[in-house]
Ligand binder design. Structure first.
Ligand code: GLN
Length: 242
C-alpha cells in the first residue's frame, strides 16, 4: 500500500455488529486520520462482494443465525481469504472470531465450516453463557497493555498449534475452555471474544493494526486522555462491580 492511505473494510454490518462493534471501525479510522493518513472506509453488506484489496478487515459479533448466514456468504464469496493471502490484516470479534476459524456450532446445532484463516476450532459450551467484564494480559510478543472488554457468548474456542492465544484472562472466561486463554492470533489475523467496543477500550490494538498495515514499528503519538479515562473507568468497574 502507499504510505499515506489506508483501506479499511467493515465486513457485513447488516449481520455482524452486536454491542456497538462498529465502534471498532470508527476507532481505527480516527486513529489513522490523526496520523495524517487518508482512510477509505468500505462497509460491505452481506449481499456485496468482499473486496480483496483492503488493508484492514474488521468483523464483529452476531447472534447465532446471522453468524451462520455470514459464514455461508463469506465462504461462497472467497474475498476475505484472498485478501489474507495478499497479506491483509483481519481483526474479528466473537461470532466473527468463530467464523474465521476452522469450524463452529451453528444455530441448528450442526458443525459449520469457517474460513480457516485462524487455527482455532469452536464448539458450544455446555455450561452457562460466558457473560461479563474481562481483564486479560495480552501476549507479550504484541507489546500491548492489559486488555479490557466485555464478553457474551456460548461458544468455546480451542486454539490450535499454528495460532497463539491473544491473551490470558485475569478476570472472565475468554475462550471458555478453562485454560485461561482469550482470543487467538496468527501472523496478521486476530480474533477475540471482547466487545466494548474493544478497540475503544484498547486503542493501542487499533494502532497495532495500523502499524501492521503500514509496515512500520511506531506511529506518531496522539492525545490519549479520553481513552485513558475510559480504560480506567472500565477496569475499575470490572475489578469492583457496582
Ligand atoms: N453466537 C455466538 C456465541 O454465542 C457469538 C455471540 C456473539 O458474537 N456475541 O458464541
Amino acid at each position: 500500500m502507499g504510505d499515506t492511505s489506508l483501506r479499511l473494510v467493515w465486513v457485513y454490518p447488516d449481520l455482524l455488529s452486536t454491542y456497538g462493534d462498529q465502534g471498532n471501525a470508527l476507532v481505527v479510522e480516527r486513529r489513522a486520520q490523526q496520523r495524517g493518513l487518508e482512510v477509505q472506509r468500505i462497509d460491505i453488506r452481506s449481499d456485496q462482494p468482499v473486496p480483496t484489496s483492503g488493508d484492514i478487515y474488521l468483523i464483529g459479533g452476531g447472534e447465532d443465525r446471522p453468524q451462520r448466514l455470514a459464514a455461508e456468504r463469506l465462504r461462497r464469496d472467497g474475498g476475505l481469504n484472498r485478501a489474507v493471502d495478499n497479506g491483509a490484516i483481519v481483526f474479528s470479534v466473537c461470532a466473527g472470531y468463530q467464523i474465521i476459524g476452522h469450524e463452529f456450532i451453528n444455530d441448528l446445532g450442526k458443525r459449520e465450516p469457517g474460513l480457516g484463516l485462524l487455527d482455532v476450532t469452536s464448539g458450544r459450551g455446555e455450561a452457562e453463557r460466558c457473560v461479563g467484564d474481562v481483564l486479560a494480559d495480552i501476549d507479550d510478543r504484541l507489546g500491548l497493555p492489559q486488555l479490557t472488554g466485555f464478553e457474551n457468548h456460548q461458544g468455546v474456542t480451542h486454539v490450535g498449534p499454528n495460532a497463539r492465544p491473544f491473551a490470558r484472562v485475569r478476570l472472565g472466561k475468554g475462550n471458555g475452555t478453562g485454560d485461561g486463554t482469550e482470543g487467538a492470533w496468527q501472523d496478521t489475523v486476530f480474533g477475540t471474544y471482547m466487545h466494548g467496543p474493544v478497540l475503544a477500550r484498547n486503542p493501542l490494538i487499533a494502532d497495532l493494526l495500523i502499524k501492521l498495515a503500514l509496515d512500520v514499528n511506531a506511529l506518531p503519538p496522539v492525545d490519549d486522555r479520553w481513552y485513558e479515562a475510559l480504560r480506567g473507568e472500565r477496569i475499575a468497574a470490572a475489578v469492583q462491580p457496582a
